[in-house]
Ligand binder design. Structure first.
Ligand SMILES: C[S@@+](CC[C@H](N)C(=O)[O-])C[C@H]1O[C@@H](n2cnc3c(N)ncnc32)[C@H](O)[C@@H]1O
Ligand code: SF4
Length: 259
C-alpha cells in the first residue's frame, strides 16, 4: 500500500455536450484526441496497491464527462470494496448516462455534482449546449430515489442570461434532496483575478454586446477589446446579482447548504 490518500482520476474523454468555454471546444481540441473511457480492469491495474488506502476520489473530468464511462458504477463499487470509507465525488452535466447508473451511484453513497445552469431546456442549453434537460431530470430523480450520499450537490454557473432561473433551480435541487448548492458567480473566463478588468471592459466603450446566430440559436455574445481583443465571451456575467444571491441563500438556508 502507498501513502496516496486522494486522487483525481480521469475515466472518460467523451461528452455529449458542447459547452462553449469547455477546454474540449477551444481551438478545435475536440478533434485532436481519442474519445475513450477506462475499463474496470484498467482501473484495477492503474490503482493496484493504491485503492485500499484511498480516502478521496474525484471523478471530475478535464477532457470529458465521467458519466460518459459505461462502467462508472462498477468502478465506484470496486473502489468502495477496496476502501469502504472512501469519499467519491463525480461531476457531470447530468444528462449523459442512464437513470439506472445514477440510482446505483446514489444508493452506494457517491456524491454527484450536477452541473446544471438553468431550470428548463431553454435556460440550461444557453451554456450547456446539447444537454437534454428531460434526461438530466430523469437521472437526477433516479439518483435521489435511494440516495445515501452526504455531499451531493448542484453547481450553477450564473450568467445574465440564466439568472432568472436560479431560484427555480434551487427549488428543483431541494425537491430532489440535494445537499449542497454552489453558485459560481463569475464563471470562466470571468474568473478570480479577471473581475476588475472584465468589469471595466463591460462598462465602457471597449466592450460590445451583440446577439449572434449560431447553430440555429440566437446567443448573446460579448466581444472584449484591449488586452482582451479577439476574445469572445458567449454569455455575460450577472454583475447585478450579489444582493439577490445573498437573499436566496438566506431564504433557502434551512433546506440547502450554500457554497
Ligand atoms: C470540464 S468539466 C467536467 C465535468 C462535467 N462534464 C461538468 O461539466 O460538470 C469540469 C468542471 O468545469 C466546470 N465548468 C465548465 N464550464 C465552466 C465555466 N465556463 N466556468 C466555470 N466552470 C466551468 C464544470 O461545471 C465542472 O465542474
Ligand atoms: S459538460 Fe463538462 S465536459 Fe462536457 S462540454 Fe460541458 S463542461 Fe465540457
Amino acid at each position: 500500500m502507498t501513502s496516496i490518500v486522494a486522487i483525481d482520476y480521469e475515466i472518460s474523454s467523451t461528452c455529449q455536450a458542447r459547452c462553449p468555454v469547455c477546454v474540449r471546444q477551444s481551438g478545435g481540441k475536440l478533434k485532436d484526441f481519442v474519445q475513450t473511457q477506462r475499463t474496470l480492469d484498467e482501473t484495477k491495474h492503474i490503482l493496484d496497491g493504491v485503492a485500499s488506502g484511498l480516502e478521496f476520489v474525484k471523478l471530475c473530468g478535464n477532457w470529458g464527462d465521467p458519466m460518459g464511462c459505461d462502467v462508472v458504477a462498477d468502478i465506484c463499487e470496486w473502489l468502495i470494496s477496496e476502501s469502504p470509507k472512501v469519499r467519491i465525488d463525480i461531476s457531470t452535466n447530468g444528462a449523459i448516462g442512464k437513470p439506472k447508473t445514477y440510482q446505483r451511484l446514489g444508493k452506494m453513497g457517491v456524491n454527484i455534482v450536477f452541473g446544471l445552469d438553468g431550470s428548463d431546456q431553454e435556460s440550461n442549453e444557453l451554456y450547456r449546449r446539447n444537454v437534454k434537460w428531460s434526461d438530466a431530470m430523469d437521472n437526477l430523480k433516479a439518483y435521489s430515489s435511494e440516495c445515501t450520499a452526504k455531499d451531493s450537490s448542484w453547481q450553477y454557473l450564473l450568467f445574465n442570461e440564466n439568472k432568472n432561473h436560479l431560484e427555480s433551480a434551487i427549488k428543483i435541487a431541494i425537491e430532489n434532496k440535494i445537499k449542497f448548492f454552489t453558485i459560481i458567480e463569475r464563471p470562466v473566463p470571468f474568473a478570480a483575478g479577471m473581475h476588475e478588468s472584465i468589469d471595466k471592459v463591460s462598462g465602457n466603450q471597449w466592450g460590445k454586446h451583440e446577439i449572434i446566430k449560431r447553430e440555429g440559436q440566437q446567443l448573446p455574445v460579448y466581444f472584449g477589446a484591449g488586452d482582451y481583443r479577439d476574445v469572445e465571451y458567449i454569455l455575460t456575467p450577472a454583475f447585478d446579482m450579489s444582493e439577490k444571491v445573498k437573499e436566496l441563500k438566506e431564504k433557502y438556508a434551512s433546506d440547502l447548504h450554500f457554497i
